[in-house]
Design a protein around this ligand. Structure first.
Ligand code: NDP
Length: 428
């Protein structure tokens, strides 16, 4: 079985269609202006002058020596759970990472861990099991623990890492319940350590370009966001067996794929929904869907008047795509959240143009960002609170489904602390 996937459950690579370059994705960090072919000011897109960037990007470093390495050294990461994502994306991602370095592995399978440690240059005495995991407290090679376990295990292993004085990068969805997500945030506060949720799209050039284009006003007022996130799940894939188990996944396709659409609508519109209605269509005779819902469709209403229609399914042909319909233009990201091969088309009037997007290793980028957070050189963008908001929204969707599509309030009072479009640069 190949472990290199294009997106969750996706094949390794999809062909990249021809592009017509315009400058949307490479806004300078020096605050200089400069226009894309659509006449979009880079300064507008970036929304970030040098002074503003400095304030946001420079945060005080931690006092504790255990919290971060000296200037110039890489930040040591322990990867917990050596499954498809770790083997296919994260471990190879360290080759491209500049400030994150792989220093430890945690696994329930010592043979696999030993083989991967040899392959990636991890010391044998830096291999841990789930049982002796708490001993990482005494390992100065580890500053960050990257949790890549089934969703139901995120909370326990995050909290244990935080108690050991480590910072945590945790895969999405951050947990399987609102209560667990809240406990993770509380543990990070109590330990005075950073908790970042691995929302890779917050650091990815296409999604940043889409956010900046909408923020620029060039396309006019955003009216409608449509997101489709799904794929075929299979009980013959061990990585899907737990995803089809309600207790382990916290919600099947919704928790695995739909979360990209929920988070995406929020970062594209840069606001939070106030209510949701949702419906599910699930064939309980299909052995995959004995516990979790299959197709879920929802509709969020936002304070600006924008509406977001989202859908997710484990019985879809693979897709991670979205459209944003604005008053004077529209953008289509299809695919918009694969590991590579993403494609952004922007339409103004009757003319549409495929944008040139600088493709990167998204996992290297995200891990480097976390390394910079730990070193006090970058703000924490995808916070625990950001993960908690999606947990609350997924719960609201499932509550609405359970009530046959009734309107459920989502006015939780959350506001994103930092807009990725304002602070995350696109690496050269
Ligand atoms: P896998 O099932 O492939 O890997 C999970 C690993 O966790 C296993 O290989 C195993 O590692 C370990 N594990 C420990 N206990 C269990 C258990 N009871 N059942 C199954 N595995 C166990 O899953 P993925 O790698 O695809 O997903 C892991 C996490 O990453 C999930 O939270 C998922 O949502 C997230 N993800 C995020 C993506 C993104 O783009 N950001 C894409 C794909 C996944 P070992 O044998 O080493 O103990």
């Amino acid at each position: 079985m190949s472990v290199r996937r294009t997106g969750p459950g996706m094949p390794a690579r999809i062909p990249v269609a021809g592009t017509d370059p315009i400058s949307l994705d490479s806004a300078p960090t020096d605050g200089s202006s400069g226009s894309g072919e659509n006449g979009i000011s880079r300064r507008l897109l970036m929304g970030l002058g040098a002074a503003g960037a400095g304030t946001l990007l420079m945060r005080p470093a931690f006092a504790s020596p255990a919290a971060g390495p000296a200037e110039g050294e890489g930040v040591g990461f322990a990867v917990v759970g050596l499954g498809l994502l770790s083997q296919g994306q994260i471990l190879p991602g360290f080759h491209s990472a500049k400030r994150a370095k792989l220093t430890a592995l945690v696994s329930g399978h010592p043979d696999k861990a030993t083989r991967l440690a040899a392959k990636y240059g991890v010391a044998r005495d830096a291999i841990y099991t789930y049982e002796n995991y708490d001993r990482i407290v005494d390992d100065p090679r580890i500053q960050v623990v990257y949790i890549v376990l089934p969703n139901a295990m995120h909370a326990e292993f995050t909290i244990r890492a935080l108690k050991a004085g480590k910072h945590v990068l945790c895969e999405k969805p951050m947990a399987t319940s609102v209560a667990d997500a809240e406990a993770m945030i509380a543990a990070a506060k109590a330990a005075d350590r950073k908790l970042m949720i691995a929302y890779r799209c917050h650091y990815e050039p296409l999604n940043l370009a889409a956010m900046r284009l909408i923020r620029s006003g060039k396309l006019g007022k955003p009216r409608m966001v449509v997101t489709q996130m799904g794929r075929q799940a299979s009980l013959s894939d061990p990585a899907d067996v737990w995803r089809l188990d309600m207790k382990m996944s916290g919600g099947g396709a919704l928790a695995d794929m739909g979360i990209y659409g929920i988070n995406g609508a929020r970062y594209l519109l840069n606001e939070e929904p106030v209510e949701v209605r949702a419906w599910a269509q699930t064939d309980r005779k299909d052995p995959r869907f004995r516990e979790v819902e299959d197709l879920i469709a929802w509709q969020f209403r936002f304070p600006s008047g924008a509406i977001a229609n989202g859908s997710t399914s484990f019985d879809y042909a693979p897709t991670m795509s979205y459209q944003v319909e604005c008053a004077q233009g529209r953008l289509v990201a299809d695919p918009g959240a694969f590991y590579n091969g993403n494609r952004l088309t922007v339409q103004t009037g009757y003319q549409s143009q495929v944008q040139a997007i600088h493709e990167i290793d998204q996992f290297a980028r995200e891990m480097d960002w976390m390394a910079d957070v730990v070193r006090g050189k970058a703000p924490l963008v995808s916070t625990g609170e950001e993960g908690l908001q999606d947990m609350r929204l997924m719960k609201a969707i499932l509550d609405s489904v359970a009530q046959g599509g009734a309107t459920v309030s989502t006015a939780f009072g959350y506001t994103r602390a930092i807009d990725p479009a304002k602070v995350v640069d696109v690496p050269a």
